[in-house]
Design a protein around this ligand. Structure first.
Ligand code: SF4
Length: 295
């Protein structure tokens, strides 16, 4: 069983709204993540190599959110809440614990807009609450002219290759399952999108792979897609950079020198690589008539 922890705060207010995800707040019901993606940016010594073993549940999250959100609502400080930014809100243990569901009920009560980012089909369990949030949420005034939804559901995918996904995202549902879930959300009338992040250099970033992903997103009902590069942090035993290079050495040793050259100094690929990736993605989105980014 995961450890039960008490936290001091659950609603994090960002200094500045995120340009891509549009969130002003974030809420993370769990600490760590059993999906165990090796590229995950939260990786590090705090969680160890197998994050399923060090997972914690923030048991006082609902009580805290009630308090913190009621204060924000009183002051009219509405903003999109990212659920979640550093964990998966619909891991298998959520089925029993229902912490995410409890948090959504509170978010609905105070009429805050929400952005659910997930890789899991368990999100379908909460469609009843999510639909109500979509209808009743109060958007921040500056977003109202551009955004017509109180709910955004994002599905993250890094590759359509099932074998590769099983190695890189060992605890997560396979990409096909995520796509089917996205389609179901769309069929229920929700605003959905695909987050093609991280694009894996030399493994899921060719012209054909980009086009295939964007076409697939459209086919499965995405209202928009956005695309982002892979970041690799740290040299510690449980850091994403270490784990990712271990994966490359085992399965794609011929790519190691190419990655070393792309990630020479920084945790991200070079600016030129990222600029090109964005330009190519925008062009393909235009060709297939699907929006790049949320608004
Ligand atoms: S699902 Fe998200 S939070 Fe969980 S390990 Fe994967 S990237 Fe990290």
């Amino acid at each position: 069983m995961p450890e039960e922890i008490q936290v001091k705060s659950i609603l994090n207010k960002h200094k500045k709204r995120d340009d891509w995800f549009l969130d002003d707040y974030s809420v993370n019901p769990y600490s760590g993540c059993s999906f165990n993606c090796i590229y995950c940016y939260i990786r590090g010594s705090k969680y160890g190599e197998n994050m399923a073993k060090t997972l914690s549940v923030k048991v006082n999250a609902p009580e805290l959110l009630e308090r913190q959100l009621s204060r924000r609502a009183e002051k009219g400080e509405y903003g999109i809440i990212a659920l979640s930014s550093s964990t998966e809100p619909y891991m298998p243990l959520e089925e029993k614990l229902k912490i995410t569901r409890k948090l959504l009920k509170i978010i609905l009560k105070y009429r805050f807009p929400v952005e659910v980012a997930t890789k899991s089909n368990l999100v379908l369990r909460d469609l009843d609450i999510l639909k109500e949030i979509d209808k009743k949420a109060i958007l921040p005034s500056d977003l109202k002219p551009r955004l017509k939804h109180g709910l955004i559901i994002l599905f993250s995918i890094s590759t359509l290759d099932e074998r590769l996904a099983k190695i890189l995202e060992p605890g997560a549902p396979v990409p096909e399952k995520r796509l089917e879930t996205m389609k179901k959300c769309k069929d229920e009338g929700l605003f959905t999108g695909m987050c093609f992040i991280p694009v894996l250099p030399f493994l899921s970033d060719s012209e054909e792979q980009l086009e295939e992903m964007i076409k697939t997103a459209k086919k499965y009902g995405a209202d928009f897609i956005f695309v982002g590069g892979l970041t690799l942090f740290g040299n510690g035993q449980a850091d994403s950079r270490t784990l990712y290079y271990r994966f490359l050495e085992r399965y794609y040793p011929e790519l190691v020198p190419k990655y070393k050259s792309l990630y020479r100094i920084f945790a991200s690929p070079s600016k030129e690589y990222l600029k090109k990736l964005e330009e190519r993605s925008k062009e393909i989105c235009k060709k297939h008539n699907i929006r790049y980014k949320i608004v």
